[in-house]
Design a protein around this ligand. Structure first.
Ligand code: FMN
Length: 371
C-alpha cells in the first residue's frame, strides 16, 4: 500500500509567510506573456493551482530591468507599469483563491533558447562566455554589475509592494547569477571573480544583500541554486561538503532565508561518498550545513526527468513513497513540483485525498497551452 502523504500537509511558517502545506509549485517558464506582459490567461493559470491546493506558487522566471535580461520575447517582465499591473492582477487572484505566491526574479545572462530571437542589445555575463570556451555577448563592467544588483533589488521591492508573499531569486541553471558562481563562465580578474567558489559568490551575495535591504527584515527571501548547468549537466560548484558550506553560508548570512536546491531527481544523494547511496540530497545537505530552510525538487511523482521532457519524452506517474520517507526524516522543509502541476492543477488535492489513480503522468504536449 502507498505510504500516507500526511507529512506533506503540515503547515510551515517562515518570517511573515504562513503556508498550509509543504508543496510548492516549481518556477516554470511558459512563454505565454506576449510583449512581456502577463494577462488574464496567466492569472487564471496560476489561480487554478492555488484553487488546487498548492501551498506556495513560484512564478515562471520574470525578468529584471536590464536591457538584455531575457532570452525569449514571451518571457514576462517584472518591471514597467504594464507588466507590474499584470502581476498585480495575478497576485490578487491568487489571494482571492486563498493561495500564496512569489515571483521568480531572473536575468538569463548569456544563455540562448532554441528560437532565433535575440535582444536588440548585446547579452551580458561575467566574462562574455556562454559556456567554457564559448564566447557570447559582452563581459559586464563594474557599472553594469552595480546596475544589475540594483535592478534585482527594485524587482524585489516591487514584489513586496504589489502584495506578493515572498520573492525567489533565480541563481541556478547556468543563468546570470550562476554564471558568476561557475569557474567555467567567470574568468574575471577583479573582485567578482577568483579561484574559489566563495570569491565567485560575491555577485550573488551582493544581490541577496540588496534584495534584503529592499524588502526589510521580515519578508522571506528564497534563493534558487543548482550544481548543474543547462550548459553542462555534470558541472558542480561544490565537490565536497566543505566547499558547499563555503558557497552557501555567505548567501544565508547575506539574507537568504530559504535555499531552493534544484536537482533533476530529488532522490539522488549529493555526496554518496560521505553518507551513502541513500544519503542526503542537495537540499538535505544545504539545510544540514547552513541551518536554513530548504526546498527540494526533481521528478516528483514522475518516472522521467525534465530535461528529457524537453526532448519529447513522456513520463509515467510514480508513487510518492521515497519522497514521504525523506520528508518524514525532515531532510528538507518543502518540496517543489513542476511538470506534474502543469499536467494537473488539482495534483495536490488528489494527493491529499489519496487518489493515486487519478494522478496523471506528463506529456510534453501539455506545454503547448496554458491550462
Ligand atoms: C517547462 C519548464 C520550464 C521551466 N522554467 C524554469 C524557470 O523559469 N525557472 C527555474 O528555476 N526552473 C525552471 N524549470 C525547472 C523546474 O522549476 C523544475 O526544477 C524542473 O522541472 C524539475 O521538476 P519536475 O521534475 O517536477 O518537473 C522549468 C521546467 C520546465 C518543465
Amino acid at each position: 500500500m502507498a505510504a500516507s502523504t500526511d507529512v506533506f500537509f503540515r503547515p510551515f511558517r517562515i518570517k511573515s509567510l504562513d503556508l498550509p502545506n509543504r508543496i510548492v509549485m516549481a518556477p516554470m517558464t511558459r512563454t505565454f506573456a506576449p510583449e512581456g506582459i502577463p494577462g488574464a490567461a496567466n492569472a487564471a493559470y496560476y489561480r487554478r493551482r492555488a484553487e488546487g491546493g498548492v501551498g506556495l506558487i513560484l512564478s515562471e522566471g520574470t525578468v529584471i530591468d536590464r536591457p538584455a535580461s531575457r532570452n525569449h520575447p514571451n518571457i514576462p517582465f517584472f518591471h514597467g507599469d504594464a507588466a507590474l499591473a499584470g502581476w498585480k492582477t495575478v497576485i490578487d487572484e491568487i489571494h482571492a483563491a486563498g493561495g500564496k505566491m512569489a515571483p521568480q526574479i531572473w536575468h538569463t545572462g548569456s544563455t540562448k533558447t532554441a528560437t532565433d530571437w535575440v535582444p536588440d542589445v548585446d547579452v551580458e555575463s561575467p566574462s562574455g562566455l556562454l559556456a567554457p570556451g564559448r564566447p557570447r555577448g559582452v563581459a559586464m563592467t563594474e557599472q553594469d554589475i552595480e546596475a544589475t544588483i540594483a535592478a534585482f533589488a527594485k524587482a524585489a521591492a516591487d514584489a513586496k509592494r504589489l502584495g506578493f508573499d515572498t520573492v525567489e531569486i533565480h541563481g541556478a541553471h547556468g543563468y546570470l547569477i550562476d554564471q558568476f558562481f561557475w569557474a567555467g563562465t567567470n574568468t574575471r580578474e577583479d573582485g567578482y571573480g577568483g579561484a574559489t567558489i566563495a570569491e565567485r559568490s560575491r555577485f550573488a551575495v551582493e544581490v541577496v544583500k540588496a534584495v534584503r535591504a529592499a524588502v526589510g527584515p521580515d519578508f522571506p527571501v528564497i534563493l534558487r541554486l543548482s550544481q548543474w548547468k543547462q550548459q553542462d549537466y555534470s558541472a558542480r560548484l561544490a565537490a565536497t561538503p566543505d566547499e558547499m558550506a563555503a558557497w552557501l553560508q555567505p548567501l544565508v548570512d547575506a539574507g537568504a532565508d530559504v535555499l531552493h536546491c534544484s536537482q533533476r531527481r530529488f532522490w539522488e544523494p549529493e555526496f554518496p561518498e560521505v553518507d551513502g547511496e541513500n544519503g542526503l540530497n542537495f537540499a538535505g545537505w544545504a539545510k544540514e550545513l547552513t541551518g536554513a530552510a530548504t526546498i527540494s525538487v526533481g521528478s516528483v511523482g514522475l518516472s522521467g526527468e525534465f530535461i528529457a521532457a524537453f526532448g519529447g519524452e513522456t513520463s509515467q506517474r510514480t508513487d510518492l513513497d521515497k519522497l514521504v520517507e525523506r520528508m518524514e526524516r525532515d531532510e528538507f522543509d518543502l518540496i517543489a513540483v513542476g511538470r506534474a502541476l502543469i499536467s494537473d492543477a488539482d495534483w495536490v488535492k488528489k494527493v491529499q485525498a489519496g487518489d493515486g489513480e487519478g494522478l496523471k503522468g506528463f506529456s510534453p504536449a501539455a506545454l503547448a497551452e496554458l491550462v
